[in-house]
Ligand binder design. Structure first.
Ligand SMILES: Cc1cc2nc3c(=O)[nH]c(=O)nc-3n(C[C@H](O)[C@H](O)[C@H](O)COP(=O)(O)OP(=O)(O)OC[C@H]3O[C@@H](n4cnc5c(N)ncnc54)[C@H](O)[C@@H]3O)c2cc1C
Length: 382
């Protein structure tokens, strides 16, 4: 044990994914002392579609991160197919880039460390709030006290059970599978291929790899013995996916999978902890914008924590109220639209009708994409 509750730091960040790393970097570049606690080590592959909206590019650049110089692939086109093999194509209003979480999180972690953030590998097991301070309890390093705690621990964690968050009590029917492949796929396209009970996102990332990541409901999946069996019987009914899988070679030892993915609405402030990224709310991956939201929410929270620590925001209640308001006005509509789209996509006959309509009115598709994304973030950090 290396800490005691007498050790006090201004800001503790729980979780070193995109939301945690970006807020740590932002705060550190502005001179705030930060301690970041992440349970895993870097680099690490994560189950993710790995398509990132350009809305966060100016902000990332201002933090000293230039994904395109690091090998990320610029993406400007969108392709959508249905289980009955109807196809739609459109230009993405804003575009984005493809980059693996393996590379992006690792690069950010190195930047965070170089910016002077104290990064500790440990698991946070509880956070207690008393007398306007937090007592952060960890598995290996003991307890410490913090003025501000940012919860950036992802979509589902032991801490959600501790904090008794309502969504954790509901069963989540989704699971996801992802791997990198070598093969042929256009560099400037992100594709969403729908199959019965799920959909699959495809785009290129660095090093000529193709990221293939699908999400499906547990009910459809459990009827099959294994991932290959499920793919052969269900996923490959979509001709585009069948061709892609048959002509690509797995670049991982085996695909990664996760389950219990929830899209329930959460609160951006809980137990006085300012929640960031998926911990505050998760948009359906169909919208391809969870990473953008994680990075954007890191910016929002950092821009409020700094004036709070300087005394410009007078009370914790004001800080919490301003952050909740900022989070809801930026993201709540997107999360709700994503939920609605996912429900529609899960309904085969309804999605056929919608695809038919979109074929004649492609501008509606552009409008839907815009509704689940934001405008480019104006961000100059220094
Ligand atoms: C199938 C799927 C496909 C997706 N595709 C896309 C896409 O194409 N584009 C897009 O923009 N978004 C996509 N997303 C969403 C995106 O992956 C998330 O929104 C994003 O990862 C959120 O980042 P985060 O920092 O909030 O969480 P994470 O990246 O999950 O980071 C949380 C971190 O907290 C750590 N942690 C957890 N508990 C503790 C603890 N108790 N103590 C210490 N550390 C802890 C974890 O180890 C983890 O590193 C997809 C999601 C899924 C599930």
């Amino acid at each position: 044990m290396i800490w005691s509750s007498k050790k006090e730091v201004p800001v503790v960040i729980i979780g070193g994914g995109l939301a945690g790393l970006v807020s740590a970097l932002h705060l550190a570049l502005k001179g705030v002392e930060v301690l970041l606690i992440e349970k895993n080590s870097y680099p690490l592959h994560k189950v993710c579609g790995e398509y990132i909206s350009n809305e966060v590019l100016p902000y990332l650049n201002s933090l000293g991160i230039d994904p395109l110089k690091m090998g990320a692939v610029a993406i400007s086109k969108f392709v959508l197919t249905t289980p009955s093999n109807k196809l739609l194509k459109t230009k993405l209003p804003l575009g984005g880039f493809g980059m693996s979480r393996y590379l992006l999180d690792h690069t950010l972690a190195k930047k965070v460390q170089n910016a002077g953030v104290n990064m500790v590998q440990d698991v946070v097991i509880d956070v207690e709030y008393q007398n306007n301070k937090f007592l952060v309890k960890t598995k290996n390093n003991g307890h410490l006290t913090a003025n501000i705690v940012l919860g950036a621990y992802g979509k589902r964690s032991n801490l959600d059970v501790k904090f008794n968050r309502p969504f954790i009590k509901n069963k989540s029917p989704y699971l996801a599978v992802k791997a990198h492949y070598t093969g042929s796929f256009p560099a400037d396209v992100v594709a969403i291929h729908n199959f019965e009970g799920g959909y699959c996102g495809v785009s290129r990332v660095e090093d000529n790899k193709i990221n293939i990541c699908y999400i499906t409901n547990y009910k459809t999946f459990q009827e099959f013995k294994s991932i290959p069996d499920f793919e052969a019987q269900v996923v490959f009914k979509n001709e585009a996916l069948k061709k892609l899988f048959k002509t690509s070679k797995l670049a991982f030892e085996k695909p990664l999978s996760i389950s219990q993915i929830s899209f329930d609405i959460k609160k951006p402030v809980e137990n006085h902890i300012l929640m960031c990224g998926d911990t505050a709310g998760m948009i359906h991956p169909l919208c391809g914008n969870g990473m953008g939201m994680a990075i954007h929410s890191a910016k929002l929270v950092s821009e409020l924590v700094i004036p709070y620590l300087n005394g410009e925001i007078k009370s914790r209640a004001d800080l919490e109220q301003q952050y909740s308001q900022a989070w809801n006005s930026n993201f709540l509509k997107r999360v709700k639209t994503g939920k609605l789209l996912a429900e529609l996509y899960n309904n085969n006959s309804l999605s056929q009708i919608v695809m038919g309509t979109l074929k004649f009115f492609p501008k509606i598709l552009t409008k839907i994409i815009k509704r689940t994304h934001g405008k480019p973030l104006k961000a100059v950090i220094v």
